[in-house]
Ligand binder design. Structure first.
Ligand code: ATP
Ligand code: MG
Length: 461
């Protein structure tokens, strides 16, 4: 305890020499108010449940605003993913105003208001956290440690990341309140961090990933000042817990803009932090193959999302790690390992290294293993084996993966065609297709090894 006190005193002393805010003057700031007639956010675009929450808070005498991504997306005429509300009501007061409400979060308490499957998140304005004594300590989540400090809208605005994410839609008069020039930036399609970019990235390095994610998703440019430090600070992401990076990876690649996101992450030197082994394969000069393969996987999943179809994270992750896996298998075969051992070991190594950076839940790594191991089973097309493979719970994903490999030159198109036909063939046709080849004068047909390893001699039948 004594130590803690001492630490506090020392921190207080040093803080006198540290600017208390991020290079911005949070007080004495006059917001721009955009009246209802001066913007295009209409209530018809806002979820009924979000409106109910806003009106109820207003009726109870509190201020209530929509904030963040929903306002940004509404201004673009897009349907927001979710609606976030901020208010000057304390969490307990929010809870008292709604029957269907639960408080969550230990450090900073938030209210969740439930309407069937829709949850409206209601946060209380956060105060000027930089005035806290624990400024310099690091949160277990990779962000700076902060306590539950409630504040006003004037304070809340400065903790947000980008100016376009710091616009408040006021339910009282349907105006938009803008402290940071976010409306102008939005009109110019520019992402600008609030405050000094380097300070803001150091506070929370995940903001670098968010910059890329929003740039790709919204088609916005990252402003030069916001862009500049990314290259040099990318390494800071290494300190972010793997579980948080997994959440970010899902948002980065499963939002329907995977291809652009991937290209941008590579451009800014961020991809190599998230997927070091993949980056190594990508960086190899000799072939275009890996880049094509990863990009094609992302393109396919972007297209699926655009068509309203579901996408599974494990499919993309299997694609990301496929080429590193090939390299690893090759090495092991060259060292004289048996095919099966080489595969087992390579899969284990590639996965265990990857989950140190981006923690992939077990249920996904298991499916990734299935997709990879099933690839070799496609080569066996006689007897009962094809039927067993067809009945495997991961058949569909493995088949899609095979398609992807064929599209980028990594598997025989004839093999894919066979499986495409087999799946939809009637019983008699399937029986005919799986008959062992007759021994004619020509002998048995040779099959290529579809793992693309150097072990070309191996044939499987
Ligand atoms: P979307 O939900 O479309 O992915 P969003 O902007 O709503 O985008 P959220 O993660 O839902 O993103 O966060 C809501 C808001 O909270 C943001 O708009 C921003 O104002 C603030 N915010 C979220 N994460 C951070 C962060 N790491 N640093 C600063 N502010 C953040
Ligand atoms: Mg959001």
């Amino acid at each position: 305890m004594g130590d803690k006190k001492k630490e506090h005193t020392i921190l207080k002393f040093f803080k006198r020499f540290i600017p208390s805010t991020n290079g911005r003057d949070s007080k004495n700031h006059v917001p721009q108010i955009y009246a209802r007639s001066e913007h295009n956010v209409s209530r018809a675009q806002i979820s009924d449940n979000a409106l109910k929450v806003l009106y109820r808070l207003k009726k109870a005498g509190f201020d209530a605003y929509l904030v963040g991504g929903c306002v940004r997306d509404l201004l673009l005429g897009r349907e927001p993913k979710d609606f976030d509300v901020v208010t000057n009501a304390r969490p307990e007061q929010v809870k008292a105003a709604f029957r269907n409400c639960r408080l969550i979060g230990r450090r900073f308490r938030l209210a969740h208001v439930y309407f069937g499957r829709e949850i409206i998140e209601v946060a209380t304005f956060r105060g000027d956290e930089s005035e806290q004594d624990d400024l310099l300590r690091v949160h277990e989540d990779g962000r700076l440690l902060r306590d539950n400090v409630f504040g006003t809208i004037e304070e809340d605005v400065w903790r947000r990341d980008f100016t376009v994410n710091a616009l408040y839609y006021n339910i009282r008069d349907f105006s938009i309140v803008d402290y940071t020039g976010g409306m102008q930036d939005h009109a110019e399609a520019v992402l600008k961090l609030i405050g000094d970019p380097e300070v803001r990235y150091r506070e929370d390095p995940v903001r670098m990933l968010r910059a890329i994610r929003f740039a790709a998703k919204l088609g916005f440019k990252i402003s030069p000042e916001t862009e500049k430090p990314i290259h040099t600070l990318a390494y800071l992401l290494e300190a972010i817990p793997a579980a948080r990076l997994f959440d970010e990876v899902l948002k980065l690649f499963l939002s329907g803009y995977g291809v652009q996101t991937f290209e941008m992450l590579r451009h800014y030197g961020l991809f190599k932090i998230l997927f070091p082994a993949t980056e190594q394969s990508l960086a190899k000069q000799e072939s275009e193959f890996p880049r094509l393969f990863v990009a094609r996987a992302l393109k396919n999943s972007d297209e699926r999302i655009a068509r309203g179809k579901s996408v599974t994270p494990y499919f993309l992750l299997s694609a990301f790690l496929w080429e590193p896996l090939q390299d690893r298998v090759k090495e092991k075969l060259q060292r004289g390992e048996s095919e099966i051992n080489a595969w087992q070991q390579a899969v284990n190594e590639v996965l265990s290294e990857q989950v140190k950076v981006v923690s992939i839940p077990k249920r996904f790594t298991q499916s990734m293993r299935d997709v990879w191991f099933l690839q070799s089973r496609f080569n066996r097309r006689t007897g009962t084996r094809p039927y067993r493979l067809l009945a495997h719970p991961r058949f569909r994903a493995a088949y899609d993966f095979l398609l992807l490999r064929a599209e980028t030159g990594g598997a025989d198109q004839a093999l894919v065609d066979w499986w495409t036909k087999f799946q939809f063939a009637d019983e008699a046709e399937q029986r005919r297709m799986t008959q062992p080849a007759k021994k004619t004068g020509k002998g048995r047909r040779r099959r290529r090894n579809h793992f693309r390893t150097d072990n070309k001699k191996k044939t499987e039948q």
